[in-house]
Design a protein around this ligand. Structure first.
Ligand code: DAS
Length: 356
């Protein structure tokens, strides 16, 4: 006979052998300290499926989280409460500075968690990975389902993100994403599904680790390279992405250059290809000093980085830089930061090579 679950649950709770298996909670004073910086997103939204959307502040999200007092002692900061489509490059700079300042001022912290909308989380996380120079981890998380939804993933993601940020094993691994129990390197992670809770993947390199119920486990080290110093960056240069497809001409490239783009990333077909007319516009942009990175619209695989120059009639002329295995949105972040240090395509190619 199978007993209904509601009858089994009280019996299980009372079983001494099973209760003995759960670890004794650490005394609160012994728990690591984690600072949470909230920016918004679905994790902090209600009424997502209709009507007027509501917003939930980070203090309320933490208060509602079951068993928070067994994981970490938290402090929290409401940096913003916006959808991630409203997050701008200027906000990346402010966020990176805010996190670096907090880590500098608070040697007691084990790490930082950032809550963020999932749509552009990968860009923000990669920007933080490239700019926050501290061995303590920055763990970015969010939710695919709203705070008042059914079967919600936000509390679990936040709980596991705190566990990762509190873990000594997370030190030196840069910025990471924690989604759906998986730990992904900021460099490698991408949102690969618009709806499902298992939306994030790291196509080329796989998960960094997992946040299992028994503990946080890392499988490998992430790729890291010299970081960028934001101390003298007033504004990030404009870099746009342009998509290649059959029949694409040079109109988008020319318009973006006219709008002031200092760099372009081409989401090329296959290994960075473009129709001829678009390629001619890219050559025009290169001659005007725009740095162009050639990526792939496929979502995986690589475009060789190259040297950023090619030889024409015995002389070296600027050429596109391949994105390696960075996706186009990550290549855009790296190019924006690279352009704060140089606009020589050879130097940009060296930077892209270091980040492979
Ligand atoms: N609301 C969207 C965003 O802010 C989606 C999400 O968070 O999952 O990115």
């Amino acid at each position: 006979m199978r007993l209904p679950l509601r009858l089994l649950l009280p019996a299980l709770a009372a079983a001494p052998a099973l209760r003995a298996q759960s670890p004794a909670p650490a005394p609160a004073a012994a728990l690591p300290r984690v600072h949470v910086v909230a920016t918004g997103g679905t994790i902090a939204s209600t009424n997502y499926y209709g009507g007027e959307q509501g917003k939930v502040g980070i203090e309320a999200l933490l208060k509602a989280m079951p068993a928070l007092d067994t994981v970490a002692r938290t402090s929290a900061q409401q940096f913003a409460n916006v959808a991630s489509t409203a997050v701008t490059p200027a906000m990346w700079v402010q966020l990176a500075r805010a996190i670096a300042d907090t880590l500098r001022a608070r040697p007691d912290l084990a790490g930082v968690v950032v809550t963020h909308g999932t749509d552009t989380m990968e860009e923000t996380a990669y920007f933080l990975d490239l700019t926050v120079a501290d061995p303590r981890p920055v763990v970015v998380t969010g939710a695919m389902r709203p705070a008042d939804g059914v079967g919600i993933d936000g509390p679990a993601n936040l709980m596991h993100a705190l566990r990762v940020a509190a873990s000594p094993a997370a030190r030196g691994r840069g910025a990471m994403l924690l989604m759906n129990d998986g730990i992904l390197a900021a460099r490698d992670a991408t949102k690969a599904n618009a709806v499902r809770p298992d939306a994030f993947e790291a196509p080329a390199r796989g998960l960094l680790g997992v946040a299992d119920p028994e503990g946080v486990v890392f499988h490998r080290l992430p790729q890291r390279a010299p970081l960028f110093d934001l101390s003298r960056v007033a504004e990030l240069p404009r870099v746009d992405v342009v998509f290649a497809y059959p029949g694409a001409d040079g109109a988008a490239v020319d318009a973006l250059v006219a709008a002031g783009a200092k760099g372009l990333v081409v989401a090329g077909v296959g290994r960075g290809g473009t129709p001829a007319a678009m390629g001619t516009a890219v050559d025009r942009a290169l001659r005007q000093g725009v740095v162009v990175v050639s990526g792939t619209r496929t979502g995986a695989g690589s475009v060789p980085v190259g040297r950023g120059v090619r030889t024409r009639e015995g002389a070296e002329v600027p050429a596109t830089v391949g994105s390696g295995d960075l996706n186009v949105q990550k290549a855009r972040v790296l190019l924006m930061l690279a352009l704060t240090t140089t606009n020589d395509p050879r130097a940009v190619a060296r930077i892209f090579a270091e980040h492979q």
